[in-house]
Design a protein around this ligand. Structure first.
Ligand code: ZN
Ligand code: ZN
Length: 371
């Protein structure tokens, strides 16, 4: 059977991921990497538990977890790592394991994923090794999705869109934002979502001007913007989508702001190219919104990568000078927020390949007036 005949997700990609990481370790002059980010552990081994440390060397891949996960770790990891179940403390196990590895001296640690308490352990109990801070060694690999990962993300998007389709007919004046979030999350579960990537955002009326509003006890009124920002999760992979509706008839002012955001969204997703910087992508939407007179009203970044985490590499933001790689999946989420009045955000998920951008979210972007 040729590779192309293998259904997406059925190929074990973990050996390739390890090989690429080992090359990066060699280039960084490191003998090993201590992985403490649980998302990175999952990416490299398949293990999805909540307590783990992973050591990668040129030859070894050692995963430490505790006895609660003895069965799960065997099922999820198989032969992809040497598993050690620790009955006391993972760090005690780590020193014992490292002690068995010859020619390991310089070890990288993930500086953005280590508590200061644990860093102190490296300098005290771990002082026979030389510890070097690293950033984004695994995250850089995770930014580029393989076919199986893309298929998971597309399934998570389909779940979110199904849930939204079922939620819309149930929206009406008199519901609280929390009740709307409950309806949406119930439909996400019904669609098969295994979790929520973040607490679903439902922001209505003036509260839609708060880009990261939580659903609250405000009651929906006719004339409100109703902004829903939410996602689904399957096999650990997230989707992230935002749609903004008007309850009843939209005013001319609402329609004007909505159309600007929709146009900024379309321009930015259509302009994405491999090699473009995160800054240049962000500017496509930002410059358009500014030219239409709302530059001050778009405070946040254009978008972010999605995958095993809902916010991951790459970032599409004003300060990002690194170029976009082929195979990334990013959100495009411009918005306009006017305090006391309301706000609009339209967020889509886009796969970027050498052939150009492919918008994965299919939910309509036309202004929808909820009846
Ligand atoms: Zn979102
Ligand atoms: Zn987002």
């Amino acid at each position: 059977m040729s590779g192309a005949d293998v259904p997406p997700g059925s190929i074990d990609t973990r050996p390739t991921r390890l090989a690429v990481l080992r090359d990066a370790l060699a280039r960084a002059d490191l003998d090993a990497l201590l992985v403490s980010s649980l998302a990175n552990v999952r990416y490299l081994t398949g293990f999805s538990g909540s307590n783990a440390l992973l050591v990668i060397t040129a030859k070894d891949c050692i995963l430490l977890t505790d006895s609660r996960y003895a069965t799960q770790v065997e099922e999820e990891v198989g032969g992809a790592a040497t598993v050690r179940i620790e009955s006391t403390n993972l760090w005690t196990g780590l020193w014992a394991q490292l002690g068995t590895l010859t020619s390991v001296e310089r070890i990288g640690f993930e500086s953005t994923h280590l508590l200061h308490r644990d860093f102190a352990r490296l300098l005290e109990q771990g002082n026979r090794w030389s510890w070097r801070p690293t950033t984004d060694m695994v995250e850089t690999l995770r930014a580029v999705k393989d076919a199986g990962e893309l298929a998971h993300i597309e399934r998570a998007i389909a779940m979110a869109e199904t849930a939204l389709r079922h939620t819309i007919p149930m929206l009406h004046a008199g519901l609280t934002e929390t009740a709307v979030a409950g309806i949406l999350e119930r439909h996400l579960r019904d669609a098969g979502s295994e979790a929520f990537p973040f607490p679903s955002i439902v922001a209505s009326g003036p509260r839609s001007a708060l880009p990261h509003a939580r659903a609250g006890d405000r009651v929906l009124e006719v004339g409100d913007f109703v902004l829903l920002d939410f996602g689904a999760v399957t096999a650990g992979y997230c989707s992230d989508i935002t749609r903004t509706f008007v309850l009843g008839r939209a005013s001319d002012e609402q329609r004007e702001v909505y159309d600007i955001v929709r146009e900024a969204n379309l321009r930015a997703s259509g302009a994405l190219r491999v090699g473009m910087t995160g800054m240049a992508a962000d500017a496509v939407a930002r410059d358009y919104i500014a030219a239409r007179g709302f530059g001050e009203a778009f405070g946040h970044s254009l978008g972010h990568g999605i995958g095993l985490e809902v916010h991951e590499e790459p970032r599409l933001a004003r300060v990002v000078e690194s170029p976009l790689a082929a195979g990334t999946v990013v959100t495009i989420e411009p918005g306009i927020y006017r305090a006391g009045w309301g706000g609009v955000r339209i967020e889509d998920d886009v796969f970027l390949s050498v052939a150009g951008p492919r918008v994965l979210t299919g939910f309509p972007r036309d202004l929808h007036e909820l009846s």
